[in-house]
Design a protein around this ligand. Structure first.
Ligand SMILES: [Zn+2]
Length: 117
């Protein structure tokens, strides 16, 4: 427990406004649940996502492509255990690009995009 000296203001708590129910409903309207499971890869437990039904990284039947996310997971977990973490303010261009690419693809993902040409 944190002690507060007399005359000193208590630490500020972030005040989060209540979610707007209309906005919340709009956000949840296009939510599409995706079935998946984790699998071990390269000796790392639960380090890859697969479609749950067919156990594939890329599954056209389920219209899912987990490869970008799995590549990102491999990038994050690929460092040797004795590696020294870089300072938090150092930007790693390759990692930043991979994170942004995965995020943008997720934002626009549509099952039609994964159908064969
Ligand atoms: Zn599948």
């Amino acid at each position: 427990m944190q002690q507060v000296a007399s005359g000193q203001a208590p630490p500020q708590q972030a005040i989060r406004p209540a979610p707007d129910p209309v906005l919340q409903a709009a956000i949840e309207a296009d939510f599409k649940p995706v079935s998946f499971e984790f699998a071990d890869h390269d000796g790392r437990k639960n380090s890859q996502a697969l479609c749950q039904e067919h156990k594939l990284h890329v599954c056209q039947k389920c219209a899912i492509d987990w490869q970008p996310l799995n590549a990102l997971a491999a990038m994050f977990s690929g460092a040797p255990p004795d590696a020294i973490l870089p300072p938090p303010n150092v930007v790693q261009p390759a990692r930043t690009q991979a994170v942004n690419k995965t995020k943008e693809e997720g934002n626009v993902s549509d099952p039609v995009l994964f159908l064969p040409p």
